[in-house]
Design a binder for this molecule. Structure first.
Ligand code: OGA
Ligand code: NI
Length: 358
């Protein structure tokens, strides 16, 4: 809530320091500044629920080799996305050491000398490598307790020299593996829609990868703010790596379901672009991260499969899924138009897809 103060001025002052939330914590603040105050944190409505778990799906080698296994995996994916919009994958082919090094690399970036970090600080949405805090700092009602390093890793692989020295090798390695896993997930999703395995790949859904490497510093007043407030992702899908700290929750049937850390698993969630092209057959799901109560930072990496901005490819509901009974619910749009809309409104808890509904 804006409240009765010069919010815009305080936001700008914070942004201009280029130190992120981590810089505030390092400076020894003991209270959460009011630009981060959310109205609805303490109100636990929807209620937390510990009885439900998001599905875990084994996508091990058999998926490629045996039709029987592949069919059963596709059935599980379909059930998971229709029920939750979220699932975890295990035996996904990414070695544990790579996932651990990725978390170390992210931590290394955010914990290095702030003068080095500042050289990457930017809010230019066309910039391929940038660090900032709260992509929607100027448009949201309240800021979140999180800093992010964002890198476009595909289709054009960045020059090593353009990436931060401290994490460039692992970012390149991790992204290469993400692209491969992304292909598999889009094949499974295509088949779960009753389409041929390459369908979504041929629409270029698996082609572009933006890697968001988040750092959630410990928060002195975690009941005042969020790590990331409730939102859906703009992507086709997002593949998420989270560390051991916890705090990620998914909204299901009016309840916030915890997604407890599992060091071997990666989380897959469906984004708004997939909801739009599947004409609501698959839906993107609201999720959030609570502000970090612990002593240690929380680290996560979100692999957003979506086009780099600017991109003019037009997307609308796929004609294969439409019929007289199921007419298109969305107008055609581009990732660029969607991204601009998201940025202009900020994460405000309502579905940004409404803007594109017919
Ligand atoms: C996101 C997101 C969750 C996390 O980047 O959109 O929801 O655990 N991240 O960092
Ligand atoms: Ni998200």
């Amino acid at each position: 809530m804006a409240g009765n103060y010069d919010r815009a001025g305080e936001v700008k002052a914070f942004d201009q320091m280029k130190i992120g939330v981590k810089g505030l914590v390092d400076a020894g603040i003991t209270k959460v500044p009011r630009i981060f105050h959310h109205q609805d944190v303490a109100v636990t409505n929807p209620k937390p629920s510990s009885t439900l778990e998001i599905p875990t799906i084994d996508v091990g080698g058999g998926v490629f080799e045996s039709t029987v296994t592949r069919k059963s995996v596709i059935a599980k994916v379909r059930a998971a996305v229709e029920k939750f919009g979220f699932f975890q994958v295990i035996n996904h082919g990414i070695p544990l050491e790579v996932m651990e090094s990725m978390k170390d690399g992210i931590r290394g970036f955010h914990e290095q000398d702030s003068e080095v970090k500042k050289t990457f600080y930017s809010r230019d949405i066309t910039k391929k490598v940038k660090y900032n805090t709260n992509f929607d700092l100027y448009s949201s009602q309240a800021a979140n307790w999180r800093d992010t390093l964002t890198m476009v890793m595909a289709p054009d692989v960045p020059q090593a020299g353009d990436l931060p020295v401290i994490c460039r090798e692992i970012m390149l390695e991790y992204s290469k593996r993400m692209m491969k896993l992304g292909e598999l997930i889009f094949e499974l999703l295509s088949e779960a829609l009753g389409l041929k395995p390459n369908h979504l790949k041929e629409l270029n859904c698996a082609k572009s990868l933006s890697l968001l490497s988040h750092y959630y510093p410990p928060c002195p007043e975690p009941d005042r703010t969020f790590g990331i407030s409730s939102h859906t992702d703009i992507s086709f899908i997002t593949i998420l790596l989270q560390d051991h700290i916890g705090g990620l929750q998914v909204l299901h049937d009016g309840y916030w379901i915890d997604v407890p850390p599992n060091p071997e698993a990666l989380i897959v969630n469906l984004g708004d672009l997939l909801q739009l092209i599947t004409n609501d057959k698959f839906v993107s799901v609201e999720h959030r991260v609570l502000a970090n109560r612990g002593e240690e930072p929380r680290i996560s990496s979100a692999s957003f499969f979506m086009h780099t901005i600017p991109n003019e490819q037009v997307y609308g509901p796929m004609k294969e899924l439409l019929s007289k009974q199921n007419p298109p619910k969305y107008r055609n749009t581009t990732t660029t138009e969607m991204a601009r809309h998201y940025l202009a409104r900020g994460l405000d808890g309502t579905s940004p897809l409404l803007h594109f509904r017919i």
